[in-house]
Write a protein that binds this ligand. Structure first.
Ligand SMILES: [Zn+2]
Length: 188
């Protein structure tokens, strides 16, 4: 999920402080529409991948990133709603599942895979999620407002769902038209 501020992110693969950075794939890359497979190996490869996902997310000015967005069709997502300000907001969720949801909020969302597109999306106001950490241990996290939105947005990615799949058909058509125009102008 993109930060609230206008994203002037320059996304690109590369290396920074020894961590490999992954380019974020844009819609309509087919991997974004695929359901991610469950993670079963809690090994060094997973730990490295999670570190790379955090750094790639920060590089792209994001507060949430799901593995399919970097071309890895697995149920892994990282979230940091405070964008490095509060270490306890740094969440790595493996095989996350929403186990409780309540209320409703309608707020603007952006997505690193849909740069410069922002639309109001209706989401649950509060969610409780269970997930595994990089060692495979199950834990629970709950949140409202921005954290609830980020959790729902990122878990959607693991099911091949983007926020533009959750807006009205008319709005979606307008968004697709805008993207087409940007593609034509070489801005996408
Ligand atoms: Zn997204």
């Amino acid at each position: 999920m993109a930060k609230t501020e206008a994203s002037a992110a320059k996304k690109g693969a590369g290396k920074k402080s020894g961590v490999k950075l992954h380019a974020v794939l844009k819609w309509p890359d087919p991997v974004l529409a695929k359901k991610g497979v469950e993670v079963t190996a809690f090994d060094d490869r997973l730990k490295t991948l999670v570190d790379e996902m955090f750094e790639s997310m920060y590089e792209a000015q994001g507060i949430g990133l799901a593995a399919p967005q970097i071309g890895i069709s697995e149920r892994i997502t990282v979230i940091d709603v405070s964008f490095k300000k509060n270490p306890k907001d740094r969440l790595a969720l493996i095989n996350p599942v929403i186990i409780e949801a309540e209320g409703k909020q309608v707020e603007e969302e952006g997505c690193l895979s849909l740069p410069d597109i922002r639309e109001k999306v209706s989401r649950a106001g509060w969610v409780k999620v269970k997930a595994q950490d990089v060692t495979g241990t199950w834990f629970e996290v709950e949140g409202d407002e921005l954290l609830a939105r980020a959790l729902q947005h990122e878990i959607d990615h693991l099911d091949g769902v983007l926020f533009i799949d959750r807006i009205s058909r008319l709005k979606r058509e307008l968004v697709l038209r805008k993207i087409k125009k940007m593609q034509k102008n070489g801005e996408w």
